[in-house]
Design a binder for this molecule. Structure first.
Ligand code: ATP
Ligand code: MG
Length: 270
């Protein structure tokens, strides 16, 4: 029997802003429903501003929904966010890590607040750092590291407590090819051990390789959901690449062709 890790039903989140004395409402998440099962890697894909990060923040209890239901491990993130966070490893879109610490200090800190065994955790952290080619930064201030290396530290911080659910918002942005390969292996191992993963990405190849199911969001709505084969059927694009399926479902395929045509015309007229 499938065990539901994440259940989202008719979720809505609106933002209000005053711009030029006018109250402008953005329907960032506009009636979204999806589930993520135990042992599953679920990808959230969507153009910039589609509502991926907002959905993720709602799952973590970092934002309150306007309407709809969310359950993570059967719990409501609005009321039981602390319990949920104990079992989640979260990599945020914008780094939250304490930049003035070294990775060593950061991991010691996380180990103490999560009540982990310090020696075992140190061993594990060092293994991860080595596998991601970052062991040489163990005692270097995080702020002085490159973007990709900061990202590796953030990813390791999210997985050292063996969480049941990984929620990664654009985890692979800025990682080199070898690290992407290692991280894909880490996600697969997590899944094989009965964990679940929800991650957002713009990299179609990664989604194609890693995800068991994909939810495509556009303008706050789910416009396609399922395995890649199911998405192909939903978009009437049998045999197409995920990129083509994505562009069709998000209704960007025609405008992309127009843009390319215009760019070519103006380039040739120079
Ligand atoms: N705090 C906020 N106040 C007002 N509007 C917001 C806020 N946060 C997000 N939005 C708006 O909600 C919409 C969805 O944003 P969100 O960050 O969820 O998109 P996304 O799919 O993660 O995009 P990206 O791929 O660029 O990361 C956007 O129109 C964004 O401008
Ligand atoms: Mg985002």
């Amino acid at each position: 029997m499938t065990e539901l890790i994440i259940e989202v039903q008719n979720l809505k989140k609106y933002f209000e802003q005053i711009i030029n004395d006018q109250n402008i409402q953005t329907k960032a998440v506009n009636n979204i429903s999806f589930n993520v099962n135990k042992g599953e890697i679920f990808g959230l894909l969507g153009p910039n501003g589609a509502g991926k990060t907002t959905t993720i923040k709602l799952l973590l209890g970092l934002l309150e929904p306007n309407d709809g239901n969310i359950r993570v491990f059967g719990l409501n993130p609005e009321r039981e966010d602390i319990k949920i966070k104990e079992e989640i490893g979260y990599v945020a879109e914008e780094p939250l890590i304490f930049r003035s610490l070294t990775p060593k200090d950061l991991f010691n800190f996380i180990s103490s607040i999560r009540k982990l065994d310090p020696l075992k955790t140190e061993k594990k952290v060092k293994e991860y750092l080595e596998s991601l080619d970052a062991i040489q930064y163990y005692e270097q201030i995080i702020d002085t590291l490159s973007h990709g290396n900061k990202q590796k530290i953030q990813i390791i911080s999210a997985i050292i407590h063996n969480p049941k659910l990984l929620i990664f918002d654009e985890p692979l942005a800025g990682l080199d090819a070898k690290s992407v390969k290692v991280l894909k292996e880490i996600l697969d191992l997590h899944k094989e051990n009965g964990g679940a993963v929800l991650f957002s990405t713009h990299i179609m190849k990664i989604a194609e390789e890693l995800c068991d199911r994909i939810g495509i969001i556009n303008k706050g709505k789910i416009v396609g959901i399922g395995t890649i084969e199911e998405l192909r059927k939903q978009s009437n694009k049998i045999g197409a690449s995920l990129e083509d399926v994505f562009l069709r479902l998000t209704e960007q395929d025609k405008s992309v062709m127009e843009i390319i045509k215009k760019l070519r015309a103006s380039f040739n007229n120079k």
